[in-house]
Ligand binder design. Structure first.
Ligand SMILES: Nc1ncnc2c1ncn2[C@@H]1O[C@H](COP(=O)(O)OP(=O)(O)OP(=O)(O)O)[C@@H](O)[C@H]1O
Length: 354
């Protein structure tokens, strides 16, 4: 007998997010292509890690998943419901209690003037959860869940440590018993000494509560530790999705270069070199966004975005010239240094995306 398919909690289909540039050009018409054509599904109980360089669209994507950012186009469905086709009240009902979010910096995410008790009660009050007494009980349960003593309830966020504040932020995100937790760089604002404790707490909670997670970080080691599946983003696009245990088998040149830059992760050699800066998200290159830095790129890469290729394990990537299976980092580094990936390495210059 086969076990039933896990339920898909959230599904993004061809999601685009275009922002007005914060400091636009002369007529402030510049558009930032923060997320471009993303398809992503998260099933019950799994952790999807999202990794990529600063500015590649990770946080914007996380906000789309929790319903804080409306896509410019494309759809996001939560348990089959297209959430932006609902009224605000319908959207709150569909995802408000089912998805929790933990932000990078608990110092700014928590209201400094409210005692922790009220911080934790807020989501319960907003969603009309139980009686006054039941809410008090839930506050105590939540503190216990994240390993904090009940006495913390009377303190202000400024009276506890950064690690404790992040525990409170996690407790608040779990107040309504969500099935999905989205954590955006949840340890990068914390002291190095407490980072591991917070990651362990998240792993324990995932196990104990059967949570699904979207875990966003620029730190590959952390993403790999936390995730069942790793998604690499580059300039607003997802370029590869790979089971966390198989990252050495990544086929996209960008994923390979990114992962090789973490000492000791895949091999003890020098990283695969990447030339030039990440192009501007206001003027993304034509075709494959990575081709201006890719040693394997040719004119096809400048002309068209590659279609996704997917195998039976769920490993998916978008590349016209994927790294052949079994290629070592050493071989790839040598190839990148000599520029011998393909014959023609003179990609066309970037142009405005439509
Ligand atoms: N509200 C906004 N208005 C204008 N541009 C924005 C806005 N939010 C994000 N951006 C731009 O969108 C792009 C993606 O940003 P985002 O914060 O999603 O990336 P990120 O990968 O999370 O980066 P980081 O790791 O530095 O937080 C960047 O170019 C950023 O400057």
């Amino acid at each position: 007998m086969t076990s039933p398919e896990p339920e898909t909690l959230v599904e993004l289909a061809d999601v685009h997010v275009v922002h007005k540039a914060r400091s636009g050009g002369l007529f402030r018409r510049d558009r930032v292509h923060a997320v471009t054509g993303v398809d992503l599904a998260v099933v019950a109980g799994e952790t999807v890690g999202i990794v990529g360089e600063s500015g590649c669209g990770k946080s914007t994507l996380a906000k789309v998943v929790v319903g804080l950012q409306r896509p410019t186009s494309g759809t996001i469905s939560f348990r089959g419901k297209d959430i932006w086709s609902l009224t605000a009240a319908g959207r709150r009902a569909a995802i408000g209690a089912e998805v929790g979010m933990v932000f990078q910096d608990p110092a700014t995410a928590l209201n400094r003037r409210l005692p922790i008790r009220q911080v934790l009660r807020d989501p319960l009050d907003v969603h009309g959860h139980g009686s006054r007494q039941e809410r008090e009980t839930r506050v105590r349960e939540l503190l216990d869940l994240v390993g904090l003593p009940a006495s913390v309830a009377n303190l202000l966020p400024g009276q506890i440590s950064g690690g404790q504040r992040q525990r409170v932020a996690i407790a608040r995100a779990l107040a309504l018993r969500p099935r999905l937790l989205v954590a955006d760089e949840p340890t990068s604002a914390l002291d190095v000494s407490v980072r591991s404790q917070i990651l362990n707490l998240l792993l324990e909670l995932k196990e104990q509560l059967g949570l699904a997670m979207v875990f966003v970080s620029h730190d590959i080691q952390t993403v790999r530790r936390m995730s069942d599946r790793v998604v690499t983003m580059y300039l607003g696009r997802t370029v590869e999705q790979i089971p966390a245990g198989a990252v050495a088998a990544a086929r996209h040149p960008y994923t390979r270069a990114l992962f090789s830059a973490t000492p000791g992760l895949l091999s003890p050699i020098e990283p695969i070199p990447l030339t030039g800066p990440v192009p501007s998200a206001t003027r993304p290159p034509s075709g494959c966004p990575f081709r201006t830095r890719c040693w394997r790129a040719d004119e096809t890469c400048a002309a068209e975005m590659p279609d996704p290729q997917r195998d039976a394990t769920g490993h998916a990537f978008r590349c016209h010239h994927p790294v052949p299976a079994g290629t070592t980092d050493l071989e790839l580094a040598a190839e990148a240094l000599s520029g011998s990936g393909t014959e023609d390495r003179d990609p066309a210059p970037g142009r405005d995306a439509a």
